[in-house]
Design a protein around this ligand. Sequence first.
Ligand code: KIV
Length: 283
Amino acid sequence: MTERKKVTLPMLYKKYREGDLITMLTCYDYPTAYFQDQAGIDMVLVGDSLGMTMLGYDSTLPVTMEDMIRHTQAVRRGAPHVWLIGDMPYMTYQPSVEMGISNAGRFMAEAACDAVKLEGGKEMADRMAGIVAAGIPVMGHLGLTPQSASALGGFRVQGKSAAQALRIIEDARILEEAGAFSILLEMVPDRICQIITERATIPIISLGSGAVANGQLLIYHDMFGLYPKFTPKMARVYGNAGEVILNGLKKYVEEVISGAFPGPENYFGISDEEYNEVLRQLS
Ligand code: KIV
């Protein structure tokens, strides 16, 4: 493995102060985490999007703390150097500050996270402040917040009206005041993201919210054609691993049926002496 220093909060803030852009991806499993760590990604989010990308649900709502902890542990084993963020699943912080603190604590203690992320603005500021006061760095998440997709009218751009945009700008200020170390803006118009980035004194990360931010996040599965249902507009496809895998699987099916697989290099033999002894004892 290439030597790499463990990413820390001071390192992220140094990048931020010096105007270096921060790289962030989602990740849910050990081998992908290994490659992301090797590629030099700064921040990795084990998103509750794993409900859709890994578990095949239609939304993130059924994801449990147990699902999140299991996947986050695997990611940490593969990516020991990244700044690792555990995504608080639906209803693990909304009911109370205490519940938020204890579930955030599980991410830190059981999955060796560096931080957690929670969705929501003003209405979640006390959860944010409580978790931060417990000594856990928290990332905010504004704009399209998938756990509230039903209330937001679906998976759609947020902040297109002036009233909505002003609310998101104010929410960003409130989350920063509540102690967020960074805020993710998902599917917010680019000029609104720019205003928030220019006003904030913490890193603002864009997911489909334009280029003027302190860093970018993509959903890993969207980058490599690994989510069969759709690829969102905000994703850029860097390679079609899904196609490579499907073609490989079809070839495997063909080769098993035709007898072309396995070849002698794929199995194990026994010496003539031992084999003859087997035959002798069987006869
Ligand atoms: O769950 C997730 O991956 C997320 C991203 C969409 C930001 O929250």
